[in-house]
Design a protein around this ligand. Structure first.
Ligand code: PLP
Length: 408
């Protein structure tokens, strides 16, 4: 996708990018300082509506809040999704502060501490256990508290998903219990006093290929159906993972949601209805819900020409938006879409390199980008900043102040 397509998604007003219904420079005045992150609630709603209208009605939507744990975003989404997935006790507190019922909050991730597990059991949320050790800790917490823990087993599948930006299933993994070990573990814990809900399989993240996602979902249902007889109760919860990607760089094409939804429809009416009739299918998404709804807004502090190359030095950088600098697990650095947000209708007039304010060449936000001639004070906007932005960045590096985040 090209920058102008991202501009069109947000809209324009008075020759500027419009965010949350406001021209960007007015929003910057309202926020009071740059840099800042802004998340557009209209776009969030549109995204949820699109998912709801595409996916089969019986499929529940879970928000994986590690993608964007800003409390206002989580509060907003809690009214619009069916479930929230958390990955720490702090995230659990934020989820439980919303309208979401505890029984619809799930807790995944390796290395949950015994204290976190105890809190989760006390709260009544679903613990997605990643190992036999975690399962033993859940059982112990339940016995100790006199409560019946809600448990789903996270399975490391016996297949791998190609095309994921980050693979989190298949082969050796720190995530989940290997599929072939699941029957033995369940046998060992068959008499434990837990509420066995079902299974969770999350094979990978940031996948833009609908065929591959659909294939992974088919194989997940097959796998879970084969494991179901080992669970001491019928499978009532089937977390199929998600991994829906968003286009970050120019060559990326958006995911064909219709194709994913069609595959899911066939699964729901076919294999699921036949083999796992009591299972509620859940799709768990982070970046696909929030990623495209957020922008990171910085201000040009300096403009300089070095041996023929034009640099725009902005007041933000990789300490707030690590992913845009290419240092968040990317193998090849490519530019995230960016524009001069207070001049979005001006044509490109020069090639400039946008760098952040940190003393490292890694702090590169846009290399040789075609932009209108930007001046000191202009606002450089980086798109696709709604997920894995601020909380996935090394904010303490160099000691600059934290940016403001607003939901508008
Ligand atoms: C990180 C994570 C997600 C969210 O991944 P996205 O790519 O943001 O959709 C979902 N489920 C689990 C278990 C995760 O660890």
């Amino acid at each position: 996708m090209k920058p102008h397509e991202h501009v069109a998604a947000f809209g324009t007003a008075e020759g500027e990018l419009r965010v949350g219904g406001m021209p960007l420079s007015r929003l910057a005045e309202r926020v009071g300082s740059t840099p800042f992150f802004a998340y557009d609630r209209g776009l969030l709603d549109a995204r949820i509506d699109r998912l709801r209208s595409a996916l089969p009605a019986s499929v529940q939507l879970s928000y994986a809040m590690k993608a964007n744990p800003m409390p206002a975003v989580v509060q907003h989404l809690a009214h619009r999704v069916d479930r929230i997935d958390v990955a720490s006790a702090l995230e659990m507190h934020a989820a439980l502060d919303t309208v979401m019922a505890a029984g619809r909050v799930s807790f995944a991730g390796p290395g949950k501490s015994p204290a976190e597990i105890r809190q989760a059991v006390a709260a009544g949320i679903i613990v997605e256990v990643e190992s036999a050790t975690e399962l033993a800790r859940v059982v112990a917490a339940g016995d100790d508290l006199g409560l019946t823990p809600n448990v789903a087993v996270r399975v490391n599948p016996d297949f791998a998903v190609k095309g994921s930006g980050m693979r989190m299933g298949g082969g050796p993994q720190q995530f989940g219990i290997d599929a072939e070990q699941v029957p033995g573990v369940l046998r060992e814990f068959a008499a434990a006093g837990v509420n066995w809900l079902g299974f969770h399989v999350f094979a990978g993240s940031q996948n833009l290929n609908a065929e591959i996602i659909a294939e992974a979902q088919r194989r997940t249902v097959d796998l879970v159906a084969s494991l179901a007889e080992h669970l001491p109760a019928p499978v009532r919860y089937l977390n199929l993972g998600g991994g829906f990607g968003i286009p970050y760089v120019g060559k990326d094409q958006p995911l064909d949601l219709g194709l994913v939804a069609a595959g899911l429809g066939e699964l729901v009416d076919g294999a699921l209805a036949d083999r796992l009739p009591e299972a509620v299918p859940v799709i768990e998404l982070g970046r696909y819900i929030v990623g495209e709804c957020g922008v990171y807004v910085t201000r040009v502090l300096d403009r300089k020409v070095s041996r023929g190359k034009t640099y725009l030095v902005v007041d933000g950088g990789m300490h707030h938006q690590l992913a845009a600098s290419g240092n968040f697990g990317q193998v090849i650095r490519r530019n995230y879409p960016l524009v001069v947000g207070n001049h979005v209708e001006k044509p490109g007039a020069e090639t400039a390199t946008v760098v952040g304010c940190l003393c490292t060449p890694l702090d590169l936000l846009g290399d040789d980008v075609e932009l209108p001639a930007a001046e000191i004070g202009d606002l450089v906007v980086i798109f696709q900043a709604g997920a894995y932005g601020l909380t996935a960045s090394p904010t303490a590096f160099l000691g600059h102040p934290a940016p403001v985040e607003v939901l508008v």
